[in-house]
Design a protein around this ligand. Structure first.
Ligand code: FEO
Length: 402
């Protein structure tokens, strides 16, 4: 049975939620589900904005059929060819054989790559600032490369001032009946998932996100329609200010992430004692066991907080496997502008701290704590002063910067 909502007047949300997916993109857990958004406009011409993942194709096609009624579909605007938004495109083209595809040249090329179909006879290729009218609605196309693939573009609808933003401003989490961000307590219930979505999916491409934000800053916007998560029609600053921070790699809060990889609990013990000292000094501290917590959650926390401490056992003369995987992931997401410290452990040849530090050599504006803690098997009473020193260093960094 169809299940859609009206965004405004003649614009409808015809996407759907997936709460059965275990791992988005095969790597990110989505315990609260995810939405695949698609929008259908009934103007003098009918225009669909993107399709959806194949997991929700059935309800998507029912929604389109119901909203269109006896009208035909004239245009499909394709903003992004990642299959969570394009897997049902081929079926759409076969169901609506007269539909014209509005897209850029890279998207047209990717359609052929994914589907082995010809698009030349039905594609309208657009470039930056090209325009299109469906009747009373007028559109301008904005290229947004690497937000989050190279072919991505956005569309600005100038009549009702709607920006279709592809993956940008999306979030993990099913919509659960709500369509607009102001229908939920976004900050309490969705901000963490929005951060985890942004940092892990698009986090590597901060400069490209900033370039698009700069273009969008010249637009008057009443609605933001992303491909995942809620439509924004109020409180734009709530999400745009976060995007400015995240894409600029600026921490949202002063605070410490302690991520540890501990085999028998001794490295964890040192990390716990550091956390105690920090909290006693009024410093916001969060802890993660990297062998248990999904990397996407830790990466998200590293984008949120200003100070990062990594504690790792030495393993096969290197960094413990789960910590090495996390740090490679974090570095590849371009983490910058942080203060970073290390705790290492090794029963005969502790060596993980310098190797962890070396991984950060590719990152910009990383200041390292001068205090490093080296444990041989288990923390000793006489080493507590090193933890005190590490605490003092972090506290003074945070207080100086305040
Ligand atoms: Fe939601 Fe980059 O796809």
């Amino acid at each position: 049975m169809y299940c859609y909502r009206k965004v405004k007047d003649d614009l409808y949300f015809v996407g759907a939620n997936d709460r059965r997916l275990a791992m988005f993109e095969g790597v990110y857990s989505v315990p609260k589900g995810v939405s695949y958004n698609s929008y259908l406009l009934l103007d003098e011409k009918t225009v669909l904005f993107d399709t959806v993942d194949k997991a929700v194709g059935e309800i998507f096609f029912e929604n389109i059929k119901q909203v269109l009624g006896d009208r035909k579909l004239d245009y499909i605007v394709v903003h992004h060819m990642e299959p969570d938004h394009s897997a049902t495109l081929k079926e759409l083209l076969s169901r609506y054989s007269d539909v014209k595809i509005i897209c850029n040249a890279k998207i047209a090329e990717m359609i052929k790559q994914f589907f082995d179909i010809s698009v030349e006879d039905r594609a309208i290729i657009v470039n930056e600032n090209d325009t299109f009218s469906s009747g009373k609605h007028n559109f301008v196309f904005i290229m947004a490369p690497m937000v989050h693939w190279p072919e991505v573009m956005m569309t600005y609808e100038a009549t009702d001032k709607i920006l279709f933003t592809a993956d940008a401003f999306g979030t993990f989490g099913a919509l659960n009946g709500a369509l607009f961000s102001d229908e939920v307590n976004f900050e309490r219930d969705y901000l963490d998932e929005a951060r985890r979505y942004y940092t892990n999916i698009v986090g590597k491409y901060g400069p490209q996100v900033q370039a698009v934000l700069k273009k969008a800053s010249n637009l008057s916007i009443n609605y933001i329609c992303p491909l995942h998560g809620f439509v924004w029609r109020k409180n734009f600053d709530e999400i745009i200010n976060k995007y400015l921070k995240w894409s600029g790699y600026e921490p949202e809060e002063k605070g410490v992430v302690i991520a540890y990889a501990s085999i028998y609990g001794h490295t964890e013990n040192a990390a716990e004692i550091l956390a105690n000292r920090l909290c006693e000094n009024g410093i916001k501290t969060v802890m993660f066991d990297v062998s248990v917590t999904p990397a996407s959650e830790i990466i998200s926390a590293c984008f949120k907080y200003s100070h990062l401490v990594f504690a790792s056992a030495t393993y096969n003369t290197g960094i413990f496997v789960t910590m090495e995987a996390l740090l490679n992931d974090l570095v590849s997401h371009n983490i910058q502008n942080r203060v970073v410290g290390f705790i290492e452990n090794g029963s005969w040849a502790p060596a993980s701290a310098d190797q962890m530090k070396n991984l950060f050599s590719k990152c910009k504006n990383i200041n390292f704590l001068t205090t490093k803690l080296t444990i041989k098997s288990a923390l000793k009473q006489e080493q507590l002063n090193i933890i005190e020193e590490m605490t003092r260093e972090i506290v003074s960094y945070i207080k100086e910067n305040n």
